[in-house]
Write a protein that binds this ligand. Structure first.
Ligand code: HEC
Length: 182
C-alpha cells in the first residue's frame, strides 16, 4: 500500500516536472488543470485568498454560497430540519396518518411490511413504476400516491412534509435491507 502511494507520488511528481518543463504552453489559470491552481475557486488549499468557499473569509458581497450564515441566501422554506433522524421520525407519523387524504387510508395501509415498494430492486430514482406507467422521482411517486390511492392533495416540493415522507422512505428501506441481511 505504502509502496503504491510512493510510486503514485513519484509518478505525479514526474508528471509535474514534465509539465513545468513544457511550461511554455501551461496555463496557470486553466480551470481544468489538475495542479494547485491559483485561479481555481474551489481549490481546497488553506489560506487561499481567492477561494470563495474559504470558511474563515467574510465575503464583503454576501454572495458566498458556502457561508452557512450568509444572510443573502435564498431559502426554499422558512423552517428546517435539524437532522435526518428528525425528518424520518416526522415522516413515520405521516406514513401512518389515515387523515392525510379522503380515502381513510394511510400510506402504510398499503405499504406495511414493505409491501408494494419494490424495495429490493431498482431503487435509484427516477425509475419506471407500473402504477403511474411513467418514469418518476421518489417525490413524484409520493405525490402520485397522495392524489390517487390517498385521494389527497399533492405535497409542495419544498415542504417539510415532502422531505419527511422521503426521509421515512429511506429509513424504511434501510430497515428492510438490514432485515434482509439477517
Ligand atoms: C391503496 C394503496 C396505496 C396507498 C394508500 C399508498 N400507496 Fe404507494 N403504492 C401503491 C402501489 C400498489 C404501488 C406499487 C406501484 C407499482 O409497482 O406499480 C405503490 C408505489 C409507491 C411507491 C413507489 C415504489 C417504487 O416502485 O419505486 C412509493 C414511493 C409510494 N408508493 C409511496 C406512498 C406514499 C408516501 C403513500 C402515502 C402518501 C402511499 N404510497 C400510499 C399503493 C398505495
Amino acid at each position: 500500500m505504502i509502496k503504491n502511494i510512493l510510486i503514485i507520488t513519484g509518478f505525479s511528481l514526474a508528471l509535474g516536472l514534465a509539465s513545468t518543463a513544457t511550461a511554455g504552453s501551461w496555463n496557470a489559470c486553466n480551470p481544468c488543470s489538475m495542479k494547485a491552481n491559483p485561479c481555481n475557486p474551489c481549490a481546497m488549499e488553506k489560506q487561499d485568498k481567492m477561494n470563495p468557499c474559504q470558511m474563515k473569509m467574510k465575503n464583503p458581497c454576501h454572495m458566498n454560497p458556502c457561508d452557512a450564515d450568509g444572510d443573502a441566501k435564498k431559502k426554499i422554506r422558512s423552517d428546517k430540519f435539524q437532522s435526518f433522524q428528525q425528518a424520518a421520525t416526522a415522516g413515520k407519523k405521516l406514513w401512518e396518518d389515515e387523515t392525510l387524504g379522503k380515502s381513510g387510508l394511510a400510506c402504510l395501509s398499503c405499504h406495511a411490511g414493505y409491501e408494494n415498494l419494490n424495495l429490493g430492486k431498482r431503487q435509484n430514482y427516477p425509475h419506471y413504476v407500473a402504477m403511474p406507467d411513467d418514469v418518476v422521482t421518489l417525490d413524484q411517486m409520493i405525490n402520485f400516491c397522495m392524489i390517487n390511492p390517498m385521494e389527497g392533495e399533492q405535497l409542495d416540493a419544498n415542504s417539510k412534509d415532502m422531505t419527511a415522507m422521503a426521509a421515512y422512505f429511506r429509513a424504511y428501506r434501510m430497515q428492510y435491507l438490514k432485515e434482509q441481511r439477517k
